[in-house]
Design a protein around this ligand. Structure first.
Ligand code: ADP
Length: 605
């Protein structure tokens, strides 16, 4: 699996961020409100600290004149009559109300913005999946593809929302604290600032490490999902083959890898915070020491000093937040880059222009060489066959011989031939408009996918809406599906459950056949279509299929030879080549591979 890791190149951050901004741009009004809320919040926090000074100097006035009088004058509070201690409770309540409102406004509007971004990205990724070529989806595992939609999109919004909160709110408070400190004593503040670069260095080192680990964790999380999903899907197999121990051990490994990465993250996290705190305390120590120097002491009232210390202490948390914000931001960008890389993967190629309402159904494989992407061997070698419109071709052969590949190429699930051409009615399949090509084909495959909906809707899935209830019923009837449907509690309106779990294999297959009947396409592909049927329903289905096949070109992939005896032509395929060709009787008469297969299956009858 090709894990995307674009963040390993540092200079990719900016373009990714710019692209993210495009998602944010339409929401800038609300974002602006959020930012206003955050700024207000940051300022109120700082004002609270600043209020300490008049509170101490005026409230507990010792008679000594101080610089605060000037400030109070400016703030209009200075008249001799004002009782600072008396108004303090109201100031505190007022401030907290403003802070609370600001908090609500910013949180709520940020949540709105985040959720809009998640909504949009999820939809885009999901719709992108719908356009991806089979070759891409084959190479990815489902867990990863799912977590792109569920986990990564959420990471982006959460991380960038948190980053914004910290960047705006905490920077505003830090600036306000610093301004206040400069106002109180610029000399003292300047000396504190000497320590700032040290903090900066630690922040950079720590966040760089953090970024690397965070990307690793992202992929490790995926592993846990993938491993669990595989087990859940193969649950029956695990039980029957007694694979519990192996599965548990395999999972233990993945689980432990995940734990160890999380611990690495925790370690970086745990180290970074105390280190920054200790460095911060150096600044505090410096002030305490400096305050003892006489020239500084002269400037400072008790209130100013208390307020200064309080501002410094209050600043530690925002600084700490800011030091983590890079990691948070990087986490968002990493998730973002993964999602964008996915959105940039090539969708199915559709350069064809040819369109036709209904093909006749002549299909030609003209000396086709085909190799699956990254596969060492050709899956089809000089595959050459002509299927006349309205006839039935059956493909038999060992598993892995290339039968399904033939169907994968007609449907253009894979479109890169190494050489040769596939034509329908004389037109290269790659020249068709993709949608038009596929509309000519009905596919009944071994794995029937049913959607979590009613039986009627599952049958109607084959057509774009315009079918009547009668048509659905007729199709179900023709597919011998009505036989079991009418015994169900709600008939055609019975819900089939997730992926049709409430139905048996044979019942599901009959629904798939009904679907194909309803679709009424000129080309029919039956990939092991009758594999899940018992002999009883097989006979019934056989009739249904024969009706379905009249006037259509059909290609049947079959293991059970009994189902294909009536085919107009049978190809025996081996290692991607046609090794025998003819109808049932003539192939038997040849006494070659087909004869042997037949002997194997029917020898004892
Ligand atoms: P059959 O349908 O006869 O069982 P297939 O047509 O599925 O065989 O496979 C033909 C060959 O191509 C096999 O060797 C198989 O391993 C290989 N193959 C099938 N699907 C893929 C794929 N998606 N990627 C790579 N190789 C594949």
């Amino acid at each position: 699996m090709a894990e995307v890791n674009p963040i390993s190149e540092k200079n990719k951050v900016w373009p990714v961020f710019k692209r993210l901004l495009k998602y944010i741009a339409p929401l800038k009004g609300i974002l602006f409100i959020a930012v206003l809320g955050l700024i207000t919040y940051g300022i109120v926090d700082a004002l609270f600290i600043a209020f300490l000074k008049p509170f101490i100097d005026e409230g507990f006035d010792t008679g000594k004149p101080s610089v605060t009088d000037e400030l109070m004058q400016n703030a209009g509070m200075a008249d001799a009559g004002i009782d600072v201690l008396g108004i303090a409770p109201f100031v505190v309540i007022g401030m907290f109300i403003v802070r609370g409102v600001a908090n609500f406004v910013s949180n709520y509007s940020l949540a709105y913005v985040s959720n809009q971004i998640i909504l949009k990205m999820r939809q885009e990724v999901f719709e992108h999946y719908l356009k991806l070529p089979v070759s891409y989806v084959d190479q990815q595992n489902a867990g990863t593809l799912i977590s792109r939609v569920t986990y990564d999109t959420e990471q982006i919004a959460r991380a960038s929302g948190n980053a914004l909160i910290v960047i705006v709110r905490d920077s505003v408070s830090i600036l306000a604290y610093l301004g206040w400190m400069f106002y109180l004593s610029w000399q003292l503040t300047l000396s504190i600032l000497v320590v700032a670069p040290l903090i900066g260095i630690v922040i950079t080192v720590v966040s760089r490490r953090f970024r690397k680990v965070s990307v690793q964790i992202q992929s490790a999380m995926g592993d846990v999902t993938v491993a669990t999903e595989q087990m859940v899907k193969g649950h029956k197999n695990v039980l029957i083959f007694g694979g519990q121990k192996e599965e548990a051990e395999r999972f233990a490994e993945v689980n432990d890898r995940n734990r160890s990465r999380n611990m690495k993250l925790a370690l970086t996290h745990s180290i970074s915070q105390p280190v920054i705190m200790i460095i911060g305390s150096l600044a505090l120590a410096l002030v305490l020491a400096a305050a003892n120097i006489d020239s500084f002491k002269a400037d400072l009232t008790a209130g100013a000093f208390a307020s200064m210390i309080a501002a410094m202490l209050a600043m530690l948390q925002p600084i700490k937040n800011l030091s983590n914000v890079n990691a948070e931001f990087q986490r968002g960008i990493a998730a973002c880059a993964t999602v964008f890389a996915l959105l940039d993967t090539k969708t199915e190629e559709d350069k064809g222009q040819y369109q036709v309402a209904r093909v006749k159904g002549d299909i030609v494989f003209d000396k086709v060489d085909f190799r699956y992407p990254n596969a060492p061997d050709l899956a089809l070698k000089q595959f050459d066959v002509e299927i006349k419109a309205g006839t039935t071709l059956a493909l038999v052969g060992r598993s892995g011989s290339g039968k399904s590949t033939v169907t994968n190429l007609i449907t253009r699930f894979y479109d890169q031939l190494e050489s040769g051409e596939i034509r329908i009615d004389g037109v290269n399949v790659n020249d068709f408009k993709l949608k038009n090509l596929r509309s000519q084909i009905a596919l009944v495959s071994q794995q029937v996918s049913l959607f979590n909906d009613t039986i009627a809707n599952n049958i109607a899935y084959a057509c774009d809406g315009n079918v009547t209830r009668e048509q659905i019923e007729a199709a179900a009837e023709a597919a011998h599906a009505m036989e079991f449907i009418k015994d169900l509690p709600n008939g055609l309106d019975t819900e089939v459950g997730e992926n049709g779990v409430l139905l048996s294999g044979g019942q599901r297959q009959r629904i798939a056949i009904a679907r194909a009947i309803l679709r009424d396409a000129p080309i029919l592909i039956l990939d092991e279509a009758t594999s899940a049927l018992d002999t009883e329903s097989e006979r019934a289905i056989q009739d249904a299929l024969e009706t379905l096949q009249t006037n259509r070109t059909s290609i049947m992939v079959a293991h059970r030879l009994s189902t294909i005896e009536k085919a107009d032509r049978i190809l025996v395929v081996d290692k991607g080549r046609v090794i025998e060709s003819g109808d049932h009787q003539s192939l038997l008469a040849q006494k070659g591979n087909y004869y042997q297969l037949h002997q194997l299956q029917f020898g004892n009858e």
